[in-house]
Design a protein around this ligand. Structure first.
Ligand SMILES: [Zn+2]
Length: 135
């Protein structure tokens, strides 16, 4: 019965790696993602860790038609700027959506998906993607 244990160990690690943790300034309340040591709004160093909801909306997007090597499997794929509910704006891949259906202000939520590791091309891709919420 070694299997359930392996799964839970994997899952714990997985969630830790891909949870959306930002930082909140204790002075002015600004929320940053990725987390920062110093607030870029007021310069305060008093920051606390905050768990972000993973919900947001699309404010801009593009269809990547020539991904770097190693990402061919996904091509073409939509890459979007997403404004999180808490304020920070992040760049992430959209999934489970027809590129034709993407609109400004479209609501999305974070999902964790299998994704290629970082490679020497230096592209910044997080270990999560966003998709329209299941209604
Ligand atoms: Zn601040």
């Amino acid at each position: 019965m070694g299997k359930p244990m392996q799964v839970s160990r994997f899952w714990r690690h997985f969630k830790e790696k891909y949870r959306l943790v930002g930082s909140k300034c204790k002075k002015c309340g600004k929320i940053h993602f990725p987390p920062r040591q110093v607030c870029d709004e007021c310069g305060s160093r008093e920051m606390e860790e905050i768990q972000l909801s993973g919900r947001g909306k699309v404010i801009s997007w593009t269809i990547v038609r020539n991904p770097p090597s190693g990402f061919e499997y996904y091509k073409p794929y939509p890459l979007a700027l997403i404004e999180l509910e808490e304020g920070p704006i992040i760049l992430a891949q959209l999934t489970d959506v027809d590129p034709e259906e993407i609109t400004f202000g479209m609501e999305v939520e974070m999902v964790t998906r299998k994704i290629r590791e970082f490679n020497e091309d230096g592209i910044i891709l997080y270990g999560y993607k966003f998709r329209p919420p299941i209604k």
